[in-house]
Design a protein around this ligand. Sequence first.
Ligand code: NOJ
Length: 754
Amino acid sequence: MKRYGWLGLLLLAALQAGAQDARMNAFVSSLMNKMTVDEKIGQLNLVTPGGPAVTGAVVSTNVEEKIRKGEAGGIFGLWGEDKVRKVQEIAVNESRLKIPLIFGLDVIHGHRTIFPIPLAVSCTWDMAMIERSARMAALEATADGLNWTFSPMVDIARDPRWGRIAEGGGEDPYLGAQIARAMVRGYQGDNLADPTTLMACVKHFALYGAGEAGRDYNTVDMSRLQMYQDYLPPYKAAVEAGAGSVMTSFNIVDGLPATGNRWLMTDLLRTQWGFRGMVVTDYTAVKEMTMHGLGDLQAVSALALKAGVDMDMVSEGFLATLKQSLAQGKVTQKEIDLACRRILEAKYKLGLFDDPYRYCNAERARRELLSADKRQFARELAARSAVLLKNDNQTLPLKPGGTVALIGPMADNRAEMFGTWTIGGDPNHPVTVREGIAKAIGDQGKILYAKGANFTDDPEFLRRAFPWGGAPEESRSPGELLEEALTAARRSDVVVAVLGESSNMSGEAASRTRIGLPENQLKLLQALHATGKPVVLVIFSGRPLTLTWEQEHLPAILMGWFGGIEAGNAIADVLYGAYNPAGKLSTTFPRSVGQIPLYYNHKPTGRPLNPNDKFTTKYLDESNEPLYPFGYGLSYTSFAYSDIRLSSTQLKGAGPLTASVTVTNTGKLAGEEVVQLYLSDPAASVSRAVKELKGFQKIMLAPGESREVQFSITPEQLKFYNSALQYDWESGEFGIQIGGNSRDVKQAKVVWTK
Ligand code: NOJ
């Protein structure tokens, strides 16, 4: 290092990367010289053999035959090192050019060892843990034949009616961007050719979380300013972190489906952001553009290719029409070549040309799949994802003695612990809450279990949620179930009600207009409360729920989300105090559906709320406030914040400004706190959000301990997109807020000029 200096080393690294690129280009060019047009188009085709990976009405057919004929570049929905090896053998031994296939799957929150759902994990605000969860998923998936995951999903979501809010990191662009980076780092490491790393696919590009009315696949229409400021940052962060691929979204962006949108896929993604990987469509998104009114299959396929899409997932629009479009001059050879090149480059980077079986290693599979360290990590992650929403009179943690009535459709339900997207997970593996609690209390206490209710008693809901049957409902009548539960409750010292959504009530195609507990479960809860016993509510769900009655009447509420394979142990760890909860919400919890969209970083209005003045922004029948704000979450201990100390209140130039607070653990238990920094820009050339998260630190404090937490603020954090879409900051006054959630903050001001 001394000899060359930093600059020399950087230059050397750049030269090496350049040489690697040159080797890759030469390899890919020489391969492409041997390829026919059909073989090139074949590489652009992504097929699935069906099974649990199907998320649409169309499925690929004759998959083996297509591989043999060079009509498939990749396959998704197949895993298992032996199964993958067999299919790869067809490509490598039986197709003319022996080009290996790429193998993808939705490894969304763990592969075989299922971790909590992404929305849950985002509530840890712990980027090291999040990165580690992706790393663990990669270790497992790559030992199981896979080299490509359709993750991370980084769609900003401000609408909890949308079922896919479960799959992302919540409503905030800053937190979302941090998570996007951590996930990409975790999956890809710094070398895609390493057989333990997985190529990431950031999705759904773009704005998929902003579907109107929270209905899946629905229209999106928003200003460029809002896009740039609030919705694009996580995708951009994932691209900057080196994500190898990007998936198009189903929705329209600026009036054109993302999949056919050249501004989005080429001008923004590649030219402005410098993305160099491959773009795959979402499931049949090419074909669906015909339904958007963009022409027949040939027209929309040409549109997608010209927009910058490389791989067509399941539509087979590329396979069926591009050759004809080429002959008719509707697409060019150069466009086909470019897409083919990007796919071959991805395969090259994954090392598949060196060894097509490098992700098929039986010995590694034996070692990695469901290993003890992954399960242990899953338990920690699930406990850290839980958010304590209410805890009056120190109801929690529970003491192990006495009798617990454990009630609810999620209390002893193994198969429902995972939540959405768990293709590789085995529903026989999770630990139930009943098992977790039984282990936690040992022989010191007694559990009286009763199911109490089904998830719902609404037959139409069940029909929609389970169009193919298999609803986890049982035949005993609601009355019988309720009676059994009340009997158990009356004999207990405390009731733990484990209620919420079943796994398929959130996720894809699982939007809801009423997002409270299903009516029958709420009735059960109210009846349990009426027994006079203290009721602790533990919630499983894939979205924020409206919990207004619950907040008003129950002493303790714990949001468990879907905790994955170790959910039951993790919930018990939190309930009995083995872990002191520290999760903080990454999405706002509304009081009622009518308030949606409700998010903390909203714009000010010209008529702020004044309940005594008619002509101000408000509802006649509901408060403007959320039930639980963004960033909120309690602990078994309590924290006090000092006022903010600033290194200066008048600044010029680059700064930085230091803002610090002293945080004190004022309770009796050690605990973690996420100290959050929000900035505001009350006078600017465009209307700015009332506040925006710009930093956070998670700290652990012993009882009575105080710590100074410092944030170093630079003009970079003051930047925003102006009406010309330039990213810059403007001189003036800025508000600084620091606190344990977005509502309860200390405030200070600074005047900062350029
Ligand atoms: C449709 C979903 O929108 C997408 O997220 C997923 O990756 C694909 N199906 C493939 O399963």
